[in-house]
Design a protein around this ligand. Structure first.
Ligand code: ZN
Length: 361
């Protein structure tokens, strides 16, 4: 599901196309050919889809570049058949910042629509009316369709379905009065309700709405959970949640020793320790690979992963949680003055959250 193609960089942000987007282009060519359209019409239709997605990229850049003004970078913008996604490093916690970032995307489409308007208004009435996208093989049809989809993007994003832009605006406005936690849970609840509406409406009208409904439903759920968790974690550091019971390996231990230790406990990643220092990690896949290559008697020091992330014992849990969120199976040795003191992973943090939540009630 995760395959994306890098098509370039704008303002240092990677622009990627998800493989399913190419599927969409293929589908368009196929359905145009079935309709018996000529080459000009097919090329025009593809050109139109690309122009539409250029507008989507500009919309996402609106979010990204506004976020940059608040010190938040964007790692990438991904184009999916259902639209674009800007992966911000984090979502601004200040409601006013979130409000600006959310508004900046649709604002770009407002500007595009305004720029196209004088041009489109000069066309005859027939080219502006008409069903669907119309005939994009003519200049008039192309630009009036582009005008309409930009207007549609603005209207669609005005729907307060969190985590769509309108929902983010709603959350930000609510957060100004109610605080972020309450605001998120209200916005997420409403977002999920609207998402169910999308799916029902989509069943009878437009299959794309079903996809968007599913995307919104789970997006709202995930973000709600994350915000609630961050709230529970905010006063704690790694020291409070790390595991102090964990399995280590000595550099002279063999792959066979590592496999034995993997079997005898529930740890998935074993840290190689020399003189209280973590010098490498033997992950489960690495151990399995080494076994397959028949390297039973090889020392772990020769196969271990030397390049691994660590955290400091005083690091804030919210920070570790946010980083681990983006890296499934993340696992961090915990250091204090360069010495190994424990390990922490997502299961661990989730356990801590569950305990804190249970203690609160
Ligand atoms: Zn947006």
């Amino acid at each position: 599901m995760g395959r994306s193609l890098l098509i370039g960089r704008i303002a240092g942000i990677r622009i990627l196309i998800h493989w399913t987007f190419l599927l969409l282009l293929g589908f368009i060519v196929f359905s145009e050919m079935r309709k018996g359209s000529d080459t000009v019409a097919i090329v025009a239709t593809i050109g139109f889809v690309l122009a539409l997605f250029a507008c989507v990229v500009l919309h996402e850049l609106g979010h990204s570049l506004t976020a940059r003004r608040f010190g938040i970078e964007t790692k990438k913008i991904t184009l999916l058949p259902i639209g674009g996604v800007a992966s911000l490093e984090r979502i601004p916690e200040d409601p006013k910042q979130e409000l600006w970032v959310a508004l900046a995307g649709p604002a770009v489409n407002v500007v595009i629509a305004l720029l196209l308007y004088p041009f489109v208004a000069s066309f005859s009435d027939e080219s502006l009316s008409g069903e669907g996208v119309g005939n994009v093989a003519t200049t008039q049809g192309f630009f009036s369709a582009l005008f309409r989809v930009n207007v549609a993007l603005v209207l669609f994003n005005a729907i307060p379905a969190f985590p769509m832009d309108g929902g983010r605006v709603l959350r930000a406005l609510l957060a100004l009065r109610l605080g972020r936690i309450r605001a998120t849970s209200i916005a997420a609840g409403l977002g999920q309700l609207i998402a169910v509406g999308f799916v029902f409406f989509g069943l009878f009208n437009n299959p794309f709405l079903i996809l968007i409904g599913i995307f919104v439903y789970f997006g709202a759920q995930t973000e709600n959970v994350v915000v609630q968790h961050l709230e529970l974690l905010k006063d704690y550091t790694v020291r409070n949640a790390m595991m102090t019971n964990f399995v280590t390996l000595a550099p002279t231990d063999t792959v066979k020793d590592a496999a034995d230790k993997l079997l005898s406990g529930s740890d998935q990643d074993l840290i190689v320790v020399d003189n209280d220092q973590a010098i490498g990690v033997m992950t489960r896949p690495l151990i399995m690979d080494s076994l397959r290559q028949n390297r039973l008697d090889t020392s772990v020091v020769d196969v271990m992963e030397r390049d691994f992330d660590t955290v400091q014992i005083g690091d804030r849990l919210t920070e570790v949680y946010s980083n681990a969120q983006r890296k499934p199976n993340a696992f961090y040795p915990v250091l204090e003055n360069h010495r190994l003191r424990g390990v922490i992973d997502m299961n661990n943090i989730n356990e801590f959250v569950t305990i804190r939540a249970a203690l609160r009630y």
